[in-house]
Design a protein. Sequence first.
Length: 452
Amino acid sequence: MDPDRSSHPRSSGSGALRRSARALSGRPAVTASNPYLIRRHTKRPAAGAPTAVDLFSGAGGLTLGLVDAGFDVRLSSDWDVACEATHNRNLPQVPFVRTSVENLSGPEILERTGLKAGELDLLVGGPPCQGFSIIGQRQIWDPRNGLVRHFIRIAEELKPRCVVIENVPGLATLEQGAVLREIGRLFNEAGYVVECAELLAAQYGVPQMRWRMFFIAWRLDQGRRGGFPQPTHGSSGIGDLLPNRTISASETKGFLTIGDAIGDLPAIEAGECKDRYEGGPKTAYQVAMRDQQPNDLGNHYAARLAAQNLARIRSLKPGQDWRDLPLALLPGGMQRAHRKDHTRRYRRMKWDGVARSIITRFRDPKSGEYTHPEQHRTISIREAARIQSFPDWFVFEGSYTQQYDQVGNAVPPLLGRAVAVELAKMLRSATDEDAAPVKSRYRMPASIRAAE
């Protein structure tokens, strides 16, 4: 099989879910009380639903979260042709425009959505993060960083009640906080008061340690602030667990594990694809992921690997990494590396562990902890999508390379839904009130906050 050709043919995070998992037999029915359930929506919501526009929508993770939270998403937009195909397959009721944000204007969006300036409830967007990411080169002159300015320009033209930017935490410290201050200044000049916080996806039912920076800005006449949802998993609050810091096992208690997320998916070899399930779901999370997907399984393809990488993987037990490999199997550059460096390269996952943040390069075992707990391969596209909280009915289009990119760049739908639910409550509230303040090491400087 051509590795770049598209093909679409254990435990649980809480005591209650563990008891639920043990009770499952055959294919259990899905109930609305399952907190991981994201249903397929094919029609727009009834009149009166809060309205939203999603720019830089990518594969549609944030759009999906908005739709499932009850928003009437009037428009999504991205420049990528594969993202457009994925969106049209899975979210056909949401109009999509394939273009760059530089080519979009507020008046055009208003015409397409049937709204007037000031009527849109929520504008959301995740400007491409590669220019800001800690994994990337973090260069402030990267032209992709300028897309944030275009996004806020559109916000100024649309005048929505609330604006949300989602990005990587590395944005906050870029150029000693210059980017953070610039975002605050631009929102201030547009007539918005803005707050920011780092949200950990695992605290909202997403089975991975993925931190994202969220900016939530309210138009001044709304008299509101904040809107960050309180965590639903684990015992820590927003801002208590930070990226690139040691986190103990007790602090991850209650988070969904790799076994919770992908333990029911059929075994495959590197370079193989399977399009049918071979057993039933075992956890509440798996039940939710397989809802409305009787037997077909899309995107369950694992990358073909070179013989030497396969030999390395076969030598590793769950939890082991490059430091446990025989010297002869190490790449030349890593034979001279310090043992304290690159500690997650070639690491094999553990069933009872929490997945690391999914990136676009999860097909490559040296990129991080992306090797299957038992099988001699990296995780499949579907397994990564599960870890991102995309339900199995959500199928990614395009070549395999395009599918890897879409999954790795996506906003986890469950995280997006958590934010959307909180903002919907505030948008519907008749009283002007701030949401409860949250812990954040990167609060916007007082000098650039808009006057209340």
